[in-house]
Design a protein around this ligand. Structure first.
Ligand SMILES: [Zn+2]
Length: 185
């Protein structure tokens, strides 16, 4: 069965997703929005469906005939638009997804980010000017990547309509951008 519109999800009932190989960019955007999204190029479609069912995830695909070709996922949604940004908006609208958890998850590892309590220890991963401006930093417990406000994903944020990252440090220069640091070498 496909999840119907109008269900609505809150932070207390956040759905988790699996994306197939055709909509991985969509999966990245959903992670940016804070959602738990699984994908892997190592698995074939029927294996992804098995994992999706096991974890009670919603399977997102652009294969309209998925259920004719594979065992039907317990929950799945045919993503109509072709363009990833439109796909993102489609899923958010269809499932009434909240966006208040944006920028709380590592786009690479799918793990929730943790606040950085020792910014001085991040010199190898964060530019000095970012540290000097005391921007709030968050770190992935998996890959060690540090995220902060910057410019890298400004356009993505605007296109996706995501709320701006939390800025508890009260950035006074009016910048409304967010970004991410370089990964570990
Ligand atoms: Zn990570």
């Amino acid at each position: 069965m496909t999840p119907g519109a109008g269900q609505g999800f809150s932070a207390f009932s956040a759905p988790r997703f699996t994306v197939d190989h055709m909509v991985i960019r969509l999966g990245r955007y959903l992670r940016l929005a804070g959602y738990d999204v699984f994908w892997s190029r190592k698995f074939r479609t029927h294996e992804l469906i098995t994992i999706s069912n096991r974890d009670d995830r919603i399977f997102l695909t652009r294969n309209r005939h998925l259920s004719d070709e594979y065992p039907e996922p317990r929950h799945w949604l045919y993503v109509v638009p072709e363009h990833p940004v439109e796909q993102f908006r489609f899923v958010v609208g269809k499932l009434e997804l909240g966006l208040e958890g944006a920028f709380s998850r590592c786009v690479l590892c799918n793990l929730p980010l943790a606040p950085v309590t020792d910014p001085e220890q991040q010199l190898d991963r964060v530019p000095v000017d970012v540290l000097n401006r005391r921007l709030p930093l968050r770190k992935c417990p998996g890959c060690g990547r540090v995220y902060w406000k910057g410019s890298h994903v400004h356009n993505t944020v605007r296109r996706l309509g995501l709320p701006l990252p939390d800025d508890r440090a009260g950035n006074q220069d009016g910048e409304v951008r967010c970004g991410r640091g370089s990964g570990p070498t």
